[in-house]
Design a protein around this ligand. Structure first.
Ligand code: BGC
Length: 758
């Protein structure tokens, strides 16, 4: 190993400088580092020069605070004394200006007064809860998604937080995996755009602004491809698939200047991500030139021992730090092993210095050296956490996120003159459930700011309509005693709204399910209600695609509400009564049965593709099940209809340095004003590696008044035609490309082709 250790003379020089620094600091006349006219790099270097090895390692150490405990600290706890000694760089799960200020005060008692960073999983809102990220992705509305992250950052930063562990940018094709709810679905193109928007939203214009938080692209990498959809499971995939499907959203986050990355729990092709040199050192910090820092996932440094990748903590620490993982979340392995590794000459101090510099740089960029308490303004916290504009935004985004799956005979929207509505189901009056998984339990805030579906409907109809309620059954279990009451109120009503689904904590981390049916007897309840002959609008609440064949076949109308957050009830009522025309489209395929999983739209053709459901003989099909999904990627209805016409390509042959303009006219042919998400798919007909049957390459969300038409244009360039070939080179190969414009990945309305020439 190369010895990077300083010579004895250099060490003595440093010691003298340090002593002088401390004397000056204690005398109170040392100008703050930030006051000097230095670049951030110079400032970082000058702090680094002052640090002992222990203090450096302290910066790489992150601890959990006591979750939702607020108020003053217990001063003799071991964490407090470690912070006092400069032994901690960051805390997570510490909320509110009071508690964060008191922690930061402790950090200011340390020799070098290096401020702490406070991290939190602000995944879809802080106090105001926005729809779960998967729901938001169904809006395909990048500006709304950016705004949701912006507001979340504003609220969180007002409460002392300066780092969110979001966005999760993992592509997910397996709805058994509970964490599909945290991402943007199955498509790489769309998920990359959303990753970019979310990072921009969280980080704002400038990390130094008081209302910005650092974003964290996670989980690097391919965590969403856990085998069997089982959380934390291994991942095994070709490098082509990794580069083409799973890495682009991470690259988009880098392009958006994301401040931090989090590595992941899984091993990929046999190497745990936390100790993965290729991913962290070569790709992220090398090829992509990422200047921020990487935090481990919770105790994932130690996880490498359980994986059987490293023998003990000493080896695990060496592996993680050399692979590029800069900060150790909660495993304490860096703290307990890095100094020994350096002293044993097993680890070059350069690795530690590089990690420390990356972390200090972010602390400077956040402005924490200038003012460690800049995020601790209790007055601002009070104002931001009670800003009514944020609820308006949450309602707006929720309206854009729910997907209308079925609307037989235009049952929806319901007339506001409907006399009696029976509201049935275990989720009608639920309150906190609407927040979904990964909400933040802000200390001291009660549940009154979440609008239940019942309250939302009541707010909408006032006294004109009679609303009847029966719970009917529980989410899980086989309690049927409530069926009779539900059927009885259904009989008295003009129409039924039935709210069923998962519990909010049935999806999320460590919430993988092997059956993803609507649990319990909820679909049996629907059966009995339908037997009354009444029309039923079913609201399905969930954090993932569920399987609900009976409902899909028999209910008259279905809205997939996901979990819509604080304003769920109001937003749902807006859509049910037509004040808002639904416009969302699915960003993940809905299977008919778990047996179809993994199922996604951009699959290969295979050598034996079936043409339809009865074409199963020696075909890539199931003998006992359709291979076609229940609802495809890109699907979603509106109260109006859209016609697609006049597809025009600006040329038939395109050279690699040229572009093709593709235009089409979209007409709102129905009675309501509405929004349509027009999707552009391409298919590379013959390639040196087989190519997907279609790939989303662009989309436009357009507003059209009833009867109105608009012509939209897409540009196709070489980038949109490229893929990773057998040598892992990013190439666009000459040949025929099909162009498809559709209302979903299946509902292709316009089709043509062109040739790419050399
Ligand atoms: C999750 C991360 C999360 C971290 C901190 C881990 O278990 O995988 O996504 O950011 O905990 O809460």
């Amino acid at each position: 190993m190369v010895n990077f250790k300083p010579t004895l003379i250099e060490q003595m020089k440093k010691k003298i400088i340090n002593i002088l620094f401390i004397i000056v600091l204690n005398a109170g006349f040392f100008p703050p580092i930030s006051a000097q006219k230095k670049t951030v790099t110079q400032k970082v270097d000058s702090v680094l020069d002052l640090m002992t090895l222990e203090e450096k390692i302290g910066q790489l150490n992150q601890y959990n605070d006591d979750w939702t405990v607020t108020g003053p600290l217990i001063l003799d706890s071991s964490k407090v004394s470690q912070v006092q000694k400069g032994g901690v760089g960051s805390l997570l799960n510490c909320m509110g200006t009071i508690r964060i200020r008191s922690w930061q005060k402790v950090a200011m008692q340390s020799r070098l007064k290096i401020p702490l960073i406070f991290g939190q999983d602000v995944i879809h809102g802080y106090k105001t809860t926005f729809p779960i990220p998967l729901a938001e992705s169904c809006s395909w509305d990048l500006e709304a998604i950016r705004l949701s992250a912006r507001i979340s950052a504003t609220e969180a930063s007002s409460a002392g937080i300066n780092w969110t562990f979001a966005p999760m940018v993992d592509i997910a094709r397996d709805p058994r995996w509970g964490r599909v709810m945290e991402g943007a679905g199955e498509d790489t193109y769309l998920a990359s755009k959303i990753a970019y928007a979310r990072v921009k939203g969280f980080q704002g214009n400038n990390l130094g602004d008081t209302n910005s938080v650092m974003a964290c692209a996670k989980h690097f990498a391919a965590y969403g491809a856990a085998i069997g959809g089982r959380d934390y499971n291994s991942v095994d995939m070709s490098l082509q698939q990794l580069w083409e499907i799973y890495l682009p959203p991470f690259k988009a986050a880098v392009d958006a200047n994301v401040a931090t990355f989090m590595d992941s729990f899984n091993d990929i092709n046999g190497v745990p991500s936390t100790g993965n040199n290729y991913l962290q050192r070569d790709v992220l910090k090398g090829l992509w030139n990422f200047q921020g820092f990487i935090v481990s996932d919770w105790a994932s440094v130690g996880g490498m021992i359980i994986h059987g990748f490293k023998k003990d903590e000493y080896e695990a620490a060496l592996s993680a730090i050399t692979a590029g993982c800069d900060m150790d979340m909660e495993s304490r392995i860096y703290k307990n092993n890095l100094a020994k590794l350096v002293n044993d000459d097993k680890l070059s101090i350069d690795f530690i210095d590089d990690a420390v510099k990356r972390i200090l740089r972010k602390k400077f960029e956040l402005g924490l050296f200038e003012d460690p308490f800049k995020f601790c303004n209790a007055e601002r916290e009070k104002i931001e956490l009670n800003n009514p504009d944020y609820s308006i935004a949450a309602r707006n985004i929720a309206e854009k996120s729910m997907v209308l799956l079925k609307n037989q005979s235009n049952l929806l929207p319901l007339s506001k003159n409907t006399k009696t509505i029976a509201c049935i189901g275990p989720l009608v009056k639920a309150v906190m459930q609407n927040k979904g998984f990964w909400d933040v339990e802000v200390p001291g805030i009660d549940s009154s700011y979440v609008v239940s579906q019942w309250d939302g409907l009541k707010n909408k109809v006032g006294n004109k309509t009679k609303l009847l309620y029966a719970k009917g059954c529980d989410i899980e279990g086989d309690y049927r005693e409530g069926f009779a009451e539900a059927v009885s109120i259904a009989k008295q009503a003009d129409v039924v709204i039935l709210s069923i689904g998962e519990r909010r904590d049935m999806s999320g981390e460590a919430r993988s399910r092997s059956t993803i049916n609507i649990p319990g007897v909820q679909e049996d309840l629907l059966k009995e209600i339908l037997a009354t002959g009444k029309n039923v609008v079913v609201l399905i609440n969930a954090g993932r695609p569920l399987v609900f064949d009976y409902t899909a076949d028999h209910a008259q109308a279905i809205i997939y509400t996901w979990w819509l957050g604080s304003e769920a009830g109001n937003a749902i009522a807006d859509v049910i009564f037509g004040d808002v025309n639904p416009s969302a489209k699915l960003t993940i395929t809905f299977p008919r049965s778990v047996g179809q999983i993994p199922i996604y739209y951009n699959h290969f053709n295979t050598g034996h593709p079936p043409q339809n459901d009865s074409d199963r003989f020696y075909k890539s099909a199931y003998t006992d099940l359709s291979i076609f999904p229940r609802y495809e990627f890109g699907y979603g209805l509106s109260y109006t209809t859209f016609q697609y016409s006049y597809l025009k390509l600006s040329k038939r042959k395109m050279k690699t340095d040229e572009q093709i303009e593709v235009s089409a006219t979209i007409t709102n042919s129905g009675k309501y004003d509405g929004e349509e998400i027009v999707q552009l798919y391409l298919h590379d007909v013959v390639g040196s590696m087989v190519r997907p049957v279609k790939e989303l390459k662009d989309f436009k969300k357009i507003k059209l008044k009833a009867g109105e038409s608009k012509t939209i244009t897409f540009l196709i360039d070489k980038e949109k035609l490229s893929f990773f070939n057998q040598q892992l080179a990013w190439v666009a190969e000459p040949g025929e490309f099909e162009v498809m414009i559709g209302a979903s990945s299946k509902d292709i309305r316009l089709k043509d082709s062109f040739e790419l020439i050399n």
